[in-house]
Design a protein around this ligand. Structure first.
Ligand code: CA
Length: 327
């Protein structure tokens, strides 16, 4: 957000530490308040004055780009009710097996846990109330650009290319489709965008094959999540971060990868400083009121994140609170 001077109210202070520009990313739009990845949520996040709104992007059977966190449909839509016979052998409903027209008949709802069928965040938006659609990437971009015009703001977008390996194995080049759409909407030179992916090969392709000037973010998962075939433990080492800096501009690590808990104390490890040394910005995920470290208030946590961890930005489900905090 805006440049803030952090001057202690002490006389004879010789220098003021400047809080550099922190970047606030509305994680899956306004997911603390409205079902994730809906246009309604994007409009809400835009009104907060965040720096970026995040769309996660997956591809349909007919090669359209839609905004969903998963390449499956079963945890955030009523697909099983509308298309009961369209699951694969593993029981999952894949976005890539449906046309855009079919997807547009589904209702988006608050996230369910796949195994328990219970809500992941029970206190969030009323389950199955109102009606929310799966947006396309172009609908999302046109909404953000339209609001930028009417509000005279310059809110950016922070698209994630989801599961590029899976898409390629299904014969879909999602990376090419995403960069083409972004270029069509003027993002190549806009300075108002980052592209993120968990799979390094996608980012490397964007840089070398597509020669994009859009800043790239290497997302870092826990190896236990089987997010891609990459080795994330290695990425978090000093050498790993140096290697990332050859093709990306920032990392998006899991917050828990940036600190250790010792005798009830929360202490930064050296990932952020090593990343900065390698010339990488650090934008961790995800700030959630429901998942603050034990014993911490929201204010204590944001103080820790910005003043002690010294990250350059953050993904938040409650980006409005981060905007207020940094203002
Ligand atoms: Ca994401």
């Amino acid at each position: 957000m805006k440049l803030l001077l952090q001057c202690a109210a002490i006389l004879f202070i010789t220098s003021c530490a400047t809080k550099e520009q922190k970047e606030i990313i509305a994680h899956r739009s306004a997911s603390g308040y409205l079902p994730e990845h809906t246009l309604e949520g994007a409009a809400m996040a835009h009104a907060w004055g965040v720096d970026f709104i995040e769309p996660d992007v997956v591809m349909t059977k007919d090669n359209e780009l839609v905004i969903l966190h998963d390449h499956h449909l079963d945890t955030t839509t009523n697909v099983a009710k509308v298309f009961p016979n369209r699951a694969r052998k593993d029981g999952r409903y894949y976005v890539i097996d449906f046309s855009l027209k079919e997807l547009k008949t589904l209702k988006v709802h608050e996230r369910l846990d796949l195994s328990t069928k219970k809500r992941v965040f029970p206190e969030r938006f009323e389950f199955n109330k109102s009606r929310f659609e799966i947006p396309t990437l172009t609908e999302f971009i046109e909404l953000v650009q339209g609001l930028n015009k009417t509000t005279k703001r310059n809110v950016g977008i922070y698209p994630e290319i989801k599961k590029p390996e899976f898409h390629l194995s299904e014969g879909k080049d999602i990376t090419k489709a995403v960069i083409t759409t972004l270029r069509n909407y003027g993002y190549e030179e806009s300075g108002n965008i980052y592209i993120q992916s968990f799979w390094p090969a996608t980012l490397k392709r964007l840089k070398t094959e597509f020669k994009t000037s859009i800043p790239l973010v290497q997302l870092i998962a826990s190896d236990s999540w089987n997010e891609s075939s990459a080795n994330y433990e290695e990425m978090l080492t000093k050498e790993g971060l140096k290697e990332i800096s050859t093709y990306a501009d920032a990392i998006g690590p899991w917050l828990n990868q940036l600190y250790v808990l010792k005798k009830g104390e929360i202490i930064p490890n050296n990932v952020v400083s090593n990343a900065h040394e390698a010339g990488l910005k650090v934008h961790p995920y995800t700030h959630r009121l429901e998942q603050l470290p034990k014993g911490m208030t929201n204010k204590m946590f944001l103080d820790f994140v910005f003043d002690e961890l010294e990250v350059d930005g953050i993904f938040s489900d409650y980006a409005d609170l981060v905007v207020k905090y940094l203002d």
